[in-house]
Design a protein around this ligand. Sequence first.
Ligand code: C2E
Ligand code: CA
Ligand code: CA
Length: 416
Amino acid sequence: MSDAYARVILPAGSPLFEEGEAGRAAYLIVEGGIEIFLRREGGEVRLATRGAGEIVGEMALLDAGPRSASARAASDCSLIPITEDQIRYRTSQLDPILRMFLGVVLARYRDLMPLLNRSGPGSDLAAGTAPVGSNAAIARLMMERDLRRGLEAGELELFFQPIVRLASGSIAGFEALMRWRHPERGLVPPIEFIPVAEESGLIVEITQWALSEVGRVLPEIMRAALHNVAELEGPPFMSVNVSGHDLALVGFPATIADMLARTGLAPESLKIEITESILMHDPAKAAQALELCRESGMGIAIDDFGTGYSSLSYLTNLPITTLKVDRAFVQAMMREPRSRKVVQTILRLADELGIPVVAEGIEAEAEAEALVAMGCAFGQGYLFGRPTPLPETLTLTRAWRRDRRLGPAFPSAARA
Ligand code: C2E
Ligand code: CA
Ligand code: CA
């Protein structure tokens, strides 16, 4: 069929079209690869590479708008241009039912365009790297597609960061922090993909994966801890970050309970971390889900405490077992007396309510000492250890010494 169409040969590196141009054709790639990118101040933002059998440039053709990105040959290419006239001519010869079907599908696709082209704050990717307007929407869609592929391909990975008892220096537990080992981009931090996952709802599958992964690795970490009972005051817990989408799922508490039952893990060895904004979004629903989680025995931590709405009423109404004070306060504490007062007040309040506190982002020995003096029970931060992959976490657990951060054997901690 393709022989009825003219072919275009494009040597590697040659431009195919530029952002902003009128889009008069889409291109079917017969051989080679086409790179789609945006030119921005400070360089290019690569969006995708398409290969043989795929189409490029169809967006502008379908919505009759300017090209939303630039494209060039990534390698020597053979392409078949497909113009609007050709589409009209070919479809006029189709069976009428098939033509109607295609017409409806295309109309739906065109209706989607304005939605994709939404711009404004909140629709951009991570600040500083985001292309604007429709480009951001397209880049976000591509990222979502890539993330879905990455999840299926097993590219997501959990790193683990120790949470220590400040008074003794022993490991109390770990926080599981997600990374994406991308085949081209390398290790992608969560700030670059969790927001996309949350916006698209893909976070639900990602959290399910994280929970089952925790079910797999926590027994291994516990076995490692058994080799070092003298330095750890009991089996470590694992804290997992959970989004509002997860909590809104009716079956969420049951999924966790199933995972615990399947793995034989004690419920108190698992904590979920939620932010204040999740609680504020739909307090009644969140309360219901949290009650169920708590009934099954797992811990519930409020993450980034102090940065959100900090409506203190939920501390008494909800079954909260841990408060995590945001690292912004911990880091400002040594410079500003007011931040120190905030930390002190949170610690006193939590103490009144019998809720233990984890101070996040401890990087300096002086910060840890000040927190101990104020009665803070737990700490987390580069001073004690960065998030690391499972093998390093197992080694660390076996070799942990309570005075680790002061020891010359751990120069990375001393440097932090
Ligand atoms: P978070 O839950 O507040 O996690 C703590 C973040 O602080 C982590 O960043 C950690 O690496 C970093 N951190 C720990 N100690 C220090 C320190 O001493 N100094 C500094 N400067 N940073 C420190 P990370 O791993 O990049 O994660 C960023 C955020 O991404 C997390 O913030 C959390 O909101 C989200 N996230 C990570 N993993 C997951 C996940 O599995 N699910 C969900 N829903 N969100 C996740
Ligand atoms: Ca967290
Ligand atoms: Ca936090």
